[in-house]
Design a protein around this ligand. Structure first.
Ligand SMILES: Cc1cc2nc3c(=O)[nH]c(=O)nc-3n(C[C@H](O)[C@H](O)[C@H](O)COP(=O)(O)OP(=O)(O)OC[C@H]3O[C@@H](n4cnc5c(N)ncnc54)[C@H](O)[C@@H]3O)c2cc1C
Length: 665
């Protein structure tokens, strides 16, 4: 739901590990209004990054050309204690979900109160809250399975539950809250009060440096909140909010973007609007105004200036909920395609028997298997807490949202005209109410929120080149002193002298390498070779463009996409091999997935150096300058009334409050 990035909304080619270039979040936070330069925006993003790597990261190693399969093999196992807690809940949830009328939610653009109170009774709003605060304390794996179930009834239900728990109040408090905050808020949330996360403003989408909502410290130590937040999922029904606001720097105040827990019932909070979208019609998404809202100092999460960092850290595991819905969409699409393609006969055979359709169905099943393998791996790695999964979680968010969209589009094609017809209309004609068009509408946002694809590319690319920036960043940093540059030169010389030779040869070239993986060994050998090639390509890119690499977004995007494919192949092979006794057919799906992934990887590698990127940028600039404006003639002109981006002023609300109060369970 939110955001790009509270993390890297840009790709800052500076390293926070170097004292010379160390970025102070407070120093770089923009003034509450006014111009924000690209450099400032990048610095704010960079300052929000988690810079430390305390645990091993499979993804980070992969980008450095080190395929360390030992980090994911043996395939992790769910913790039996947590499974014991999760299983009965998932059973009860499945029964409950069967009775949710997804079509009604779609029709009414509203999740009925009974659904929300029913979920509260089951404990669904406390899935991720520790039992000591009244929650269920489920594992990430079971939480994602629950979201997938909810999403299969209606994705708006899953979006509500996940916005509440993955980015709303529970997760930041779990990670950064004080004992008092946890004791005060978590039991309420576990019982069914709903929370939301508010960062976005009309002028703050992917770029948090432009944030204008302010929290002014008072003499008593509290804060006074003023501003207008846009697109807050759950904003119309939530009673507790995480709000991001700028605290101005002053005596005794470090200042910067800061996170607060805000009670929606506080004086001065107005829910001015409920927004409507292409899909997720049941979403309770708001425009929320804060006018002189007093927030007690006890409600500050973490420290002043830590807001974006808190948000980004929250997302390390919070990001897993969105791909859970993507995997769910893949499963459902495969089920629909299988039945339909057997039953629909055209040109003398079931449509699934025509090669053009068969290919789509095979892609769907193989890709769903691949996405599920990545997701389950990430969840279990997060649950056993031995690995750093920030890169892997970002990769599955990126890969899952992109692939689920392709799958949905393929399903529409496979269903032909019925794919384009609404479920209601199909039912009215006596056919099965299969809402493919709804699925497409509901899925599309996944490529935009919680980090748009473009921002995810930058965010992951930043992590992929982190080691290079750490050793050599000062060489290309215009602000670094001569001394720092000299030191960096020496550091880089030593690092690259040792590292580059490791990229020349590896186990992937040894016939029989990874032999314990049987028929899938060849794919893992490929991953090992491709990982080294990926690292070499990244290095070539860095030496060729140096500091300008941050602007080569298409190049970086391909580097990241290759990494995503290699991670997906690794997860898929290790899982299929581990589960070969239970699901021997998984080996076939893993093999097909890897073959298809290898074709995509080959194309990405080729496009790194053969592309139209520079020309595209030049033409886009000419388009902006109006050179081809004649091309736009022949259709009605685009509307020229209204703002492109709405503006707001602080002050009391002049709108009717549209909040919806959910009865307590
Ligand atoms: C249904 C819905 C629910 C939402 N829920 C929440 C919520 O609960 N809480 C919340 O705070 N926000 C929420 N959002 C906001 C959401 O996170 C933003 O839409 C998202 O961050 C993108 O911002 P934007 O839409 O303003 O796009 P913009 O930032 O205006 O970007 C426009 C386009 O430019 C690209 N772009 C931007 N910067 C760069 C760059 N540096 N390099 C390359 N490309 C770039 C983007 O990827 C995008 O394609 C929600 C939005 C929607 C639509």
């Amino acid at each position: 739901m939110w955001q790009d990035a509270h993390g890297c909304r840009g790709f800052a080619m500076t390293t926070t590990e170097s004292p010379q270039t160390k970025v102070d979040a407070t120093a770089t936070a923009a003034p509450p209004s006014g111009h924000v330069s690209e450099r400032q925006a990048r610095q704010v993003a960079e300052a929000a990054r988690e810079t430390e790597w305390r645990k091993p990261s499979f993804g980070k190693q992969l980008f450095l050309g080190r395929f360390n399969v030992g980090l994911i093999d043996p395939w992790p196992r769910p913790n039996p204690e947590q499974t014991k807690r999760g299983e009965p809940f998932l059973k009860a949830l499945e029964e409950f979900v069967k009775d949710i009328d997804g079509a009604q939610i779609e029709r009414d653009a509203r999740i009925p109160d009974e659904v929300l109170t029913g979920l509260a009774k089951l404990g669904a709003f406390g899935m991720k809250i520790d039992p000591e605060y009244g929650g269920l304390g489920l594992s990430n794996l079971d939480y994602c399975r629950a979201l997938m179930l909810l999403g299969s009834a209606n994705p708006a239900v899953s979006a509500l539950v996940s916005a509440h728990q993955s980015i709303g109040v529970p997760q930041p408090l779990k990670l950064f809250g004080t004992k008092e905050q946890k004791e005060k808020f978590l039991p309420r949330l576990a019982k069914g009060e709903i929370s939301a996360f508010l960062l976005t403003e009309a002028d703050v989408g992917s770029d948090p440096a432009r944030l204008r909502t302010t929290a002014m410290p008072t003499a008593e130590g509290d804060y006074i909140l003023n501003g207008v937040k846009l697109w807050a999922t759950n904003g119309t029904v939530a009673s507790l909010l995480v709000v991001m606001a700028q605290v101005p720097k002053s005596d005794g105040h470090r200042g910067g973007i800061t996170a607060f827990v805000v009670e929606t019932e506080s004086e001065g909070v107005t829910i001015e609007r409920r927004n409507g979208f292409m899909g997720l019609r049941g979403l309770e998404n708001s425009v929320t105004r804060f006018h002189d809202v007093r927030v007690p100092k006890e409600n500050l999460i973490g420290k002043e200036g830590q807001g974006l960092k808190i948000a980004l850290t929250t997302l390390n595991t919070g990001r897993l909920s969105l791909p859970a819905n993507c995997v769910g969409a893949g499963k459902w699409s495969t089920a629909v395609a299988r039945e339909w393609a057997r039953n629909r006969v055209q040109w003398g055979r079931p449509v699934g028997g025509h090669e053009a359709i068969a290919r789509k169905i095979a892609f769907m099943a193989a890709t769903t298997y691949g996405m599920e393998s990545m997701l389950e791996l990430c969840c279990m790695l997060a649950d056993d807490n031995r690995n750093d999964i920030r890169i892997e979680a970002a990769l599955i968010k990126l890969f899952g949202s992109e692939m689920a969209w392709v799958i949905a589009d393929d399903l529409m094609q496979i269903r032909g005209g019925r794919g384009y017809e609404t479920a209601e209309s199909l039912a009215a004609r006596g056919e099965r109410p299969i809402g493919v068009e709804q699925m497409q509408r509901d899925l599309r946002i996944n490529r935009i929120f919680e980090g748009s694809t473009e921002i995810m590319h930058l965010l992951i690319a930043r992590e992929a080149v982190d080691k290079h920036l750490a050793v050599a960043g000062d060489i290309i940093d215009p602000d670094a002193s001569t001394g720092a540059k000299t030191k960096a030169g020496m550091r880089a010389g030593a690092f690259y002298a040792a590292w580059l030779p490791t990229l020349a040869v590896g186990r992937g070239q040894v016939p029989g390498g990874y032999g314990s993986f049987g028929s899938l060994a060849k794919h893992l050998r490929y991953v090992e070779r491709a990982s080294r090639k990926l690292a070499r390509s990244t290095f070539y890119g860095m030496t060729r463009w140096q500091g300008k690499l941050e602007r080569k977004q298409a190049f970086l995007g391909r580097i990241v996409d290759i990494g995503a494919e290699l991670f997906a192949m690794s997860a898929t092979c290790v899982r299929a091999h581990a589960e070969r006794d239970v699901h021997p057919e998984g080996l076939e799906l893993a093999d097909l997935f890897c073959r298809q992934a290898r074709l995509r990887v080959r194309e990405h590698f080729r496009a790194l150096w053969r592309n139209t990127d520079a020309r595209d940028v030049a033409v886009a600039k000419r388009i902006a300058d109006g050179r081809y404006a004649w091309l736009e003639q022949g259709v009605l002109p685009v509307p020229d009334s209204g703002e492109w981006v709405s503006t707001w002023e602080v002050g009391p609300s002049t709108e009717k409050d549209v909040r919806r109060r959910i009865p307590t369970a």
